[in-house]
Design a protein around this ligand. Structure first.
Ligand code: ATP
Ligand code: MG
Length: 446
């Protein structure tokens, strides 16, 4: 069956723009086999020893050529998924539509994909696209030349062979990278229609690599931006998460604006950019996130989403309080309201949602600087994240800088200085607390 597919694909005229592949010396372009991860190298070597063709492909080759260190490694091969499984004991098949093999090498997971066929009317009849041209099925094995043609940008269609130490370049990707151009393979309009996420990828990759998007590829974006609405939310979410944790979130978000990709399409971006009050706060948060990513520090999705949605919570909180609700229950209602609204669109997991709530719920408590309360707050498991969040609020001008300063000193000082820092209990506060102690039904949580 598979052979029939391959023969079918081999047999027809391929719709590839550039014909011949250039085989380049990898060393001349500054890549040697020690630069790639040991796992990906072993996977390629093993597949080749078993008589298959195999290469490191895509983002890893591009990043190495650009002098960046790759996040992960993909391998493309002529071997079918079953054949790949036979070569590696620690491997598993994933994906139903188009099977990919995950090969485990030590702590690394290498994604191994069989060369895929190109989409044209023959291999991809109308039934496999939606009415806008979005490809719904993508499950045809193909030749290497076709595999290259179905990749999105020329710089992403490079194949590195660590055994021969060569780079196979079908679409002048190496030259484009040198000229700092992100060029689409094929007709950009068709390619965006097939998969609108490519518009977001264009912005993210151009920003990350310091490339300019070729005018041919950037021109149709404004007109086609609306197609992003058809993309399943979970996929959009994954792409947004990649963008926000790329280390270039601020630049990416600015560039999305330039390309007209922010408006009305992505719930999260609307949240970020459509509220002037929150914009400064969110931009500061993204700057900090970028800094952490570049320093190799981990990013907490909970913290990130807590910042993105905070000003939504603030305005909801205000309106619930204005309706007569007391501050604390009003905050919890506002938190649930915002999270319920966003959770589906953003595919926020329960764990992340609970982190977000912990961070938000701590914020009004930071106002409490008398009696035993500050000590209780210090012991909260999410104190550090809540405190970092408070610093951002102070920096953005939402709360007085003095409040953040007080907490910085309080957490860093010895017990004697801490005690001296406590603010006097306000007379009406003291009365309230006494009353609460006498009433058995009152909550003693604070
Ligand atoms: P990064 O890893 O920095 O996110 P990447 O280009 O490696 O960037 P992946 O999602 O890991 O992105 O994809 C690996 C490769 O698969 C890409 O380099 C590209 O060749 C191909 N690819 C990924 N997404 C698409 C797409 N939407 N359309 C066509 N080809 C794609
Ligand atoms: Mg990648």
């Amino acid at each position: 069956m598979i052979r029939k597919f391959i023969t079918h694909v081999f047999g027809r005229k391929t719709p590839v723009r550039s014909g011949e592949a250039a085989t380049l010396s990898a060393q001349k372009h500054g890549i040697c086999r020690d630069d790639i991860s040991s796992g990906s190298r072993r996977v390629v070597e093993t597949l080749q020893q078993q008589g298959h063709r195999a290469y490191v492909v895509g983002g890893a080759v591009r990043d190495l050529l650009a002098g960046l260190s790759p996040k992960d490694y993909d391998v493309a091969t002529s071997a079918t998924p079953e054949q790949v499984r036979h070569c590696f004991r620690r491997s598993r098949l994933i994906g139903r539509r188009f099977q990919i093999v995950h090969v485990l090498m030590g702590s690394e997971t290498i994604e191994v994909t069989t060369f895929r066929g190109h989409h044209d009317q023959q291999s991809s009849p109308k039934a496999q696209t939606d009415t806008q041209g979005r490809v719904l099925r993508d499950n045809v094995f193909g030749s290497q030349i076709e595999d290259a043609a179905r990749r999105d940008f020329t710089v992403n269609a490079l194949y590195y062979d660590p055994v021969a130490e060569t780079i196979i370049d079908y679409h002048h990707g190496v030259a484009d990278l040198k000229q700092k151009t992100l060029r689409m393979i094929g007709d950009p309009k068709t390619r965006y229609r097939e998969d609108p996420v490519r518009m977001l990828r264009a912005v993210r990759l151009a920003t990350k690599l310091g490339l300019s998007i070729d005018p041919e590829a950037s021109r149709p974006i404004r007109e086609l931006a609306i197609l992003i609405e058809n993309v399943p939310p979970s996929r959009l979410f994954d792409e947004m998460l990649k963008l926000l944790t790329s280390g270039y979130a601020v630049k990416c978000v600015q560039q999305l604006r330039v390309e007209g990709l922010h408006h009305g399409l992505l719930p999260m971006l609307d949240v970020i950019l459509e509220q002037p009050l929150g914009e400064r706060f969110v931009m500061l948060a993204l700057e900090k996130t970028d800094q952490r990513v570049r320093e190799g520090k981990p990013i907490s999705p909970g913290f990130l989403f807590a910042t993105l949605l905070w000003h939504e919570v603030l305005s909801k909180w205000e309106s619930i309080k204005a309706g007569g609700e007391r501050p604390t229950p009003a905050l919890f209602l506002a938190m649930d309201n915002v999270l319920d609204l966003q959770a589906e669109k953003l595919a926020i997991t329960r764990r992340v949602a609970s982190d977000i709530k912990d961070i938000w719920a701590l914020q009004p408590r930071f106002e409490q600087r008398s009696g035993k309360r500050p000590y209780t707050i210090l012991e909260q498991p999410r104190f550090k994240a809540g405190y970092d969040f408070l610093l951002l609020r102070a920096e953005s001008g939402e709360v007085p800088a003095e409040l953040a300063q007080w907490w910085t000193e309080f957490m860093n000082n010895d017990s004697e200085t801490r005690a001296a820092m406590l603010l006097p209990v306000k007379p009406n506060e003291a009365k309230k607390r006494r009353r609460r102690k006498r009433t058995p039904t009152a909550s003693a949580s604070e």
